[in-house]
Design a protein around this ligand. Structure first.
Ligand code: FMN
Length: 240
């Protein structure tokens, strides 16, 4: 399917056909494509929990307030933000960089290699490290002072870093939904959920956060609640 066709085809579907099952392997492939989404510092602070078990789907439906998109879902994908995994991701990057650039002393490294190591060994840990949110505010104040004199990155507080991680997860979510549209599978993103109960059900650690739950299936005609409504493009498009 052409990209534009897939974008147009994707709709939030609230009722799936109970007689048309979808293949878990195909959905898994779409999740694999979702991992190719751009993401902040390539930290990949995400997990995709693919729910296929009927029993878990039924519980999940209750935790999505039994809204139609959940009640009739054939499968679901829970998009989980794992900001808590940042140290593990830094370690993965450092060992990858050693493979790419070699494990040499710093003075023998190219400028690009030096920057890459500094980025993952120093800049990223400074960005992600926090102590009950206090260090975040200290960084925020320092950056703000420096920012009086020159442009500076300002995402320093714990809340800023949560947004950073959720942005990336949302891009993966959209990539997943478009990949599904491409194979004529339908989806509905849901944030009308009890995230705490879902975390308990999936035995997720305290530091994880649920970005959204995406229900999956094949649409019934009545599963689309009307024509697509968008604010006129001229109102949202600003050419500078
Ligand atoms: C983050 C997010 C959360 C959403 N939560 C829900 C939800 O809980 N239930 C629902 O039926 N639709 C939900 N939607 C779907 C939107 O209502 C839908 O995308 C919007 O109305 C535009 O329609 P379209 O997706 O068919 O273009 C959500 C969409 C997004 C992006």
């Amino acid at each position: 399917m052409e990209f534009t066709e897939a974008v147009n085809r994707r709709r939030s579907v609230r009722k799936y056909d109970p007689n048309r099952p979808i293949e878990a392997e195909k959905v898994k492939k779409c999740i694999e494509l979702a991992t190719l989404a751009p993401n902040s510092s390539n930290m990949q602070l995400w997990e995709f929990h693919h729910i296929c078990s009927k029993d878990v789907l039924q519980k999940m439906s209750g935790y999505c307030f039994d809204q139609n998109a959940a009640k009739t879902a054939q499968q679901m994908v829970v998009m989980v933000v794992r900001k808590d995994l940042w140290r593990k991701r830094v370690a993965a990057h450092v060992s990858y960089l050693k493979k790419v650039y070699g494990d040499k002393p710093r003075n023998e490294m190219s400028k690009r290699a030096k920057f890459a190591f500094t980025y993952y060994k120093t800049i990223i840990p400074v960005s992600y490290a926090d102590f009950f949110g206090i260090f975040g505010y200290v960084k925020y104040a320092v950056y703000w002072l420096i920012g009086l004199f020159r442009p500076i990155y300002r995402q320093a507080r714990k809340s800023d870093m949560r947004i950073v991680a959720h942005k990336s997860m949302a891009l993966a979510a959209q990539t997943f939904m478009l990949a599904m549209a491409d194979i004529n599978y339908d989806t509905c993103p849901m944030e009308g959920i009890d995230s705490l109960r879902i975390k308990k059900l999936l035995k997720l650690p305290r530091g994880s956060e649920i970005n959204m739950v995406i229900s999956c299936g094949i649409r019934l005609p009545e599963g689309i609640y009307g024509e697509r409504f968008r604010i006129p493009f001229t109102e949202v498009y600003k050419k500078v």
